[in-house]
Design a protein around this ligand. Structure first.
Ligand SMILES: Nc1ncnc2c1ncn2[C@@H]1O[C@H](COP(=O)(O)OP(=O)(O)OP(=O)(O)O)[C@@H](O)[C@H]1O
Ligand SMILES: Cc1ncc(CO)c(N)n1
Ligand SMILES: [Mg+2]
Length: 542
């Protein structure tokens, strides 16, 4: 029998709402006849799904406890940790193992289980039979809904993480209590006394024999199956076999796939998913994360970790860019205009390229009449060009486009989404600029977490119909009041840029231009000339 007090298959969790106060969970239990009877709503109002991992620490953070934490975080589930061993480990292998004394594992288990409402326990490295017994004792005192057992024995590097003496504890004590056991082919073989497991047919036989040892379900993982172009796993629930196939990702970064898979299964079970769905979601997650991380390089050994949070790749792109917003990027701020590009018969990418080659220091895409799909494609293409020049790319108004293409930020008008809401969506690192005409608006932009303000129209302009001009005096008033750097906009070009910069307020960092660059036959020379005028003006102001 599995160890859950209420077998997980009898539990159904229904998400009612996902309010800002946390997921409200409605628990219904089936009675013997299969009829659902509601228990309560209020007592679970703030409950979030919770997995406890009982496993070893991997100093390289690809597997073990660290993988479990990242996998649960990625799947939106809380994860607490009981550490059974500390390993010195990297991409070359395992250099050392220090086992945590059993009484201290027991103390950790008690601390967590007596206090927190754990839904599912997932086990990894359990380096002694006595430790298995300690765990089972704790679970009998503090029962949970499901137990996921990853019978970790040997790392992929071939290092022993749990010796042969623990096999008895796993087989005789732990497996009969498990809702699922997830051995890889070598572990399946070891648990079955050295039986050969080298083909998919062997995996099926192994799954059946392992099921006879008492777990409710078995997943034999085929990540290490020789000569297989697919990653094939066999799931057996005691009646049916399910062959779960995904394409094998060609990468060295597979360290920790097993821990991640088991933690994802636990996370999905904690959310209320049935077992087979949990396994399928977990496998799909591992495949996606491997594919996403296939080219990242961490460590110099043969087996690297992968990125559970699917973030490192975009961070590595960001590391080629400026780390944080640099106000001097506002110096020559080029704002595109789809109407002007159409008029002069050129693509947005050609326009942006020419502006950059002439010295533009930041680009804003302002595509008022583009359809969303076209805008996104253009934004992606412009982002690549901007990356090459090390220049940030901002999107006017469209937070969704900025997010979808991972642009550097957005520029918002007074009737666009408030900067505070945009910041909540974009996170702390993206650049947010706000158009402001008054000191009050500038103050609000600062409070709302913007990085800079655009002030104008300084002069009359055809680009914005009925736009109130603030003049050089208005610009100066806003600059003096603003705690944020300012870029001046509105009717500025080669003839008047130097007058603008001459107002001589230190937080005026540059000018933003539309027509002066894009309503011209050749953008590149105009951009060069404007850059020279601005350089000259700032030299004089100094
Ligand atoms: N290159 C790959 N491409 C796609 N899926 C993979 C790949 N390698 C492993 N998997 C999948 O990852 C999951 C874990 O299987 P694997 O056999 O690697 O476990 P493991 O040996 O216990 O892992 P580890 O010991 O590195 O944590 C399985 O679902 C497997 O099919
Ligand atoms: C601590 C730890 N647990 C599990 C594995 C299996 O990948 C590992 N390499 N290290
Ligand atoms: Mg494993």
């Amino acid at each position: 029998m599995a160890c859950s007090i209420v077998p997980s298959s009898l539990f159904f969790f229904h998400k009612l709402t996902n309010s800002r106060y946390g997921t409200r969970t409605f628990v219904a239990m089936q009675d013997d006849c299969g009829a659902a009877s509601a228990t309560t709503t209020e007592q679970y109002k703030m409950k979030i799904p919770h997995v406890l991992t009982v496993a070893g620490s991997d100093s390289g953070a690809g597997a073990g406890i660290q993988a479990d934490l990242k996998a649960c975080a990625a799947r939106g589930v809380y994860c607490s940790t009981v550490i059974t061993a500390v390993t010195a480990q990297n991409t070359a292998g395992v250099q050392g193992v220090n086992i945590v004394p059993e009484d201290f594992v027991a103390a950790q288990l008690k601390s967590v289980l007596s206090d927190m409402q754990v839904d599912v326990v997932k086990t990894g490295m359990l380096p002694s039979t006595d430790l298995v017994k300690v765990l089972l004792q704790s679970l009998s005192e503090f029962p949970v809904r499901a137990l996921v057992v990853d019978p970790v024995m040997v790392s992929t590097s071939g290092d022993v993480l749990a010796g042969p003496s623990t096999i008895t504890g796993l087989r005789e004590n732990l497996l009969p209590m498990a809702d699922i056991v997830t051995p890889n082919v070598k572990e399946a073989s070891a648990l079955l006394g050295g039986m050969q497991v080298v083909t998919v047919a062997d995996m099926c036989s192994a799954a059946k024999l392992l099921h006879n040892l008492g777990p409710r379900t078995v997943l034999v993982k085929g990540g290490d199956l020789p000569d297989s172009s697919d990653a094939v796993d066999i799931f057996f629930d005691g009646e049916d076999f399910h062959e779960l196939r995904s394409s094998r990702v060609n990468t060295r970064n597979t360290h920790g796939t097993g821990c991640t898979l088991a933690s994802c299964i636990a996370a999905e079970l904690a959310k209320g998913s049935p077992m087979l769905s949990a396994v399928k979601v977990a496998k799909c997650f591992v495949e996606t994360a491997l594919d996403y991380s296939k080219d990242i390089v961490i460590g110099s050994g043969p087996q690297g970790p992968f990125d559970h949070l699917l973030r490192l790749k975009s961070t590595s792109r960001q590391s080629h860019r400026a780390e944080a917003f640099n106000p001097s990027d506002l110096f020559l701020y080029a704002v595109t205009d789809s109407g002007m590009n159409k008029k002069w018969g050129r693509s947005i990418t050609d326009a942006v390229k020419a502006a950059l080659e002439g010295g533009a220091t930041i680009i804003q895409l302002r595509e008022k009449d583009a359809d969303t799909r076209g805008f996104l494609e253009a934004a992606k293409a412009c982002l690549q060009i901007c990356c090459v020049h090390g220049v940030p790319l901002l999107i006017n108004d469209r937070i969704d486009i900025a997010l979808a293409c991972d642009a550097d930020g957005v520029h918002l008008g007074q009737s666009d989404m408030p900067a505070r809401s945009a910041r909540a969506l974009l996170g702390p690192d993206k650049i947010i600029g706000v158009s402001c005409k008054t000191p009050e608006e500038a103050h609000q932009a600062w409070i709302d977490g913007a990085n800079y303000i655009g002030c104008g129209g300084v002069y009359r302009t055809n680009t914005k119909a009925n736009n109130l001009t603030v003049g050089l005096d208005g610009l100066k008033t806003v600059c003096l009041a603003s705690k944020l750097p300012v870029v001046a906009i509105g009717g500025i070009g080669i003839s008047n840029a130097s007058d603008v910069m001459k107002i001589g307020v230190s937080n005026l960092k540059g000018v933003a231009v539309v027509s002066a660059l894009f309503d011209r036959e050749c953008i590149l020379p105009e951009s060069k000339k404007l850059h020279a005028v601005l350089m000259d003006a700032v030299q004089r102001v100094k």
